[in-house]
Design a protein around this ligand. Sequence first.
Ligand SMILES: Nc1ncnc2c1ncn2[C@@H]1O[C@H](COP(=O)(O)OP(=O)(O)O)[C@@H](O)[C@H]1O
Ligand SMILES: [Mg+2]
Length: 259
Amino acid sequence: MGRKIVVTSGKGGVGKTTVVANLGIALALMGVSVVMVDGDIGLNNLDVALSCESRIIYDIGDVVLHKCRLKQALVRDSNLENLFLLPSAKFVSQDSISVQAFSSIVNEFAREFEYVLIDCPAGIEQGFHRAVMPAQEALVVTTPHISAVRDADKVLGLLTTYSISNVGIIVNRVRGDLVVKDSAMGADEIAKLLRCPLKGAIPEDDKLGFAGTFAETGSEICYTAYKMLAECIMGKSDRVYDCTKPYQSIFYRFRHKRS
Ligand SMILES: Nc1ncnc2c1ncn2[C@@H]1O[C@H](COP(=O)(O)OP(=O)(O)O)[C@@H](O)[C@H]1O
Ligand SMILES: [Mg+2]
């Protein structure tokens, strides 16, 4: 059986969808089979992040309404043949996708794929419950902002009421330049505060804000950070990307000592 991992957060807009898209690519580049399930019913952010919205024919709504088979709704990545997306439904209401229907789709995928990544919607209501229910593992995304960390803490508490066996933290949008100046908390400090293992640290990258993935932007730094996250998830290493590295050289410090 494949691993069923939900990517969630307390606060919205911290980077869940971006993490699912980039982690999916990074895992697929390591040769494992991956399916990403967009659990944000009503919105379609994951296909936009993956730049494949024009290739969608069917979506999860069509599967649930028996308009197509599950396999017909899958969109294969244009570069990686072992990476797939099940798009979210744009034209059905939240209520038409039940917890049971969503869970049975995820379980069916787990029989065929090594990794099932579930993109959780914002909030802690119905959509959260539906996305978390079938998962065995959770990755909680936060940014270094205190409000996001506080909300991540609440979600970690909530996750204890589900049958999730393995929870990890991903700190996204880390400003290494601020961390070296002690103006922001580092990813390891945040994970310590949340009393949860750190699985990944992703630097702030303007390019990622415009195009959703490192594959699209060609960002070396984000590629390295996501490759390390994928290795951590696969249990090949326990190292996370050091976002302060580009700012530690004596030349960088000398140039910026007055700022
Ligand atoms: N590491 C990053 N650096 C810069 N911008 C990012 C980064 N990660 C995500 N973003 C941007 O933040 C915004 C919210 O990300 P998104 O993944 O949609 O969040 P969520 O799914 O949690 O609502 C998007 O515009 C995205 O491009
Ligand atoms: Mg999202």
